[in-house]
Design a protein. Structure first.
Length: 340
């Protein structure tokens, strides 16, 4: 008669015994290192965001009673001309963002090919990005002031002072002048990003293209641009999204007067000067929704224009290549059938 073995239940390991083991110590370290960042993220990001959403349904000041008004604040955002109309001012900064990226791409393309004084030029282009935005605002405030730097330079070219527009007072041109300050500041930053992506391209490709008779334009179009397409898409998305939240140039230079108030400037005025905290919170939520919509729209556009938004082939090129592959397979099948 065979003996039956009886399974003895293992004792549960205590917490102290688990902490003495290597696995337990490693798990404790992971938990502790995750706890502090998550606590800071929860305290300074998610809880304030939840409170902002809550405040957007109230008519309230920073101190005092709160009155629940439901969606009235959101309705006011779209009905008030000074709020919703300020979104159209962002179009100037969007146009400046496109010009800024084009200039950055042009200068980076020059720098990727060996030119004299490239280090000095890169430093000079990147330096404006290192300056504080408030300081840049004061610089251009005097640069555009009547009779100061820009007017003096134009007078050196024999221009009459009466023919020179009021750069900050004329509503036909003041937003263009303010958007130009952002172009001046951020062109160097985008140039460095583009240049870093271009330098990752294998230099042997340039040499092979030169041997095949390709000039600099062909190298840029068929080698550089497809290789850095993902960086171009990323910079364009960040620039367009950032133009919606432009604040420093109009706030410091004109204080949002004479039709230069961007959405952020108006929101700051409503929140801090008019003490309409609930309406300002609703404006912030609407701006967040607009930025998300613009980002998704850009991603969908590039996904349609390019195969997956990150590949180096457009959809037209993919369809052409697949048709060629399909025709080659059919030709191979016909040739195989003829041989049989």
């Amino acid at each position: 008669m065979s003996k039956q073995t009886v399974a003895v239940p293992k004792k549960r390991r205590g917490l102290m015994e688990l902490m003495k083991r290597r696995e337990g110590q490693r798990g404790l370290v992971i938990v502790l290192f995750m706890f502090v960042p998550l606590l800071l993220l929860l305290t300074f990001t998610y809880i304030p965001f939840a409170k902002m959403v809550q405040f957007s349904f109230y008519d309230m000041k920073y101190i005092g009673e709160r009155t629940f008004v439901g969606l009235q604040n959101y309705i006011d955002v779209f009905q008030r001309d000074d709020i919703f109309g300020s979104l159209f001012v962002s179009l100037y900064y969007m146009g400046g963002a496109v010009i800024q990226l084009a200039l950055a791409l042009f200068f980076a393309s020059l720098m990727v090919f060996k030119v004299r004084g490239a280090s000095f030029f890169k430093g000079a282009m990147f330096f404006p990005y290192l300056i504080c935005g408030i300081a840049i605002g004061f610089i251009f405030k005097f640069f555009y002031a009547r009779g100061f730097v820009l007017d003096s330079l134009l007078q050196m070219f024999r221009m009459n002072i009466d023919d020179i527009p009021m750069w900050l007072q004329d509503q036909k041109i003041n937003n263009i002048a303010l958007a130009a300050t952002s172009v001046w500041r951020y062109t160097g930053q985008n140039m460095i990003l583009f240049l870093g992506a271009m330098m990752s391209v294998d230099s042997d490709l340039y040499e092979a293209a030169s041997l095949d008779g390709a000039n600099k334009w062909h190298q840029f179009r068929y080698i550089i641009l497809p290789s850095i397409k993902s960086i171009v898409v990323l910079n364009l998305i960040l620039s367009i999204s950032g133009s919606l939240s432009a604040f420093e140039p109009p706030y410091v230079i004109t204080n949002g007067t004479m039709g230069t108030g961007t959405y952020f400037v108006i929101m700051n005025r409503i929140a801090h000067e008019n003490q309409k905290v609930g309406l300002a919170c609703a404006m912030a939520i609407v701006l967040l929704a607009i930025i998300i919509i613009c980002t998704v729209a850009q991603k969908l556009f590039f996904k349609y224009a390019f195969d997956d938004g990150t590949s180096d082939e457009s959809k037209a090129a993919v369809r052409k290549r697949k048709r060629a592959e399909k025709a080659a397979r059919k030709a191979a099948q016909r040739a195989k059938g003829g041989q049989s």
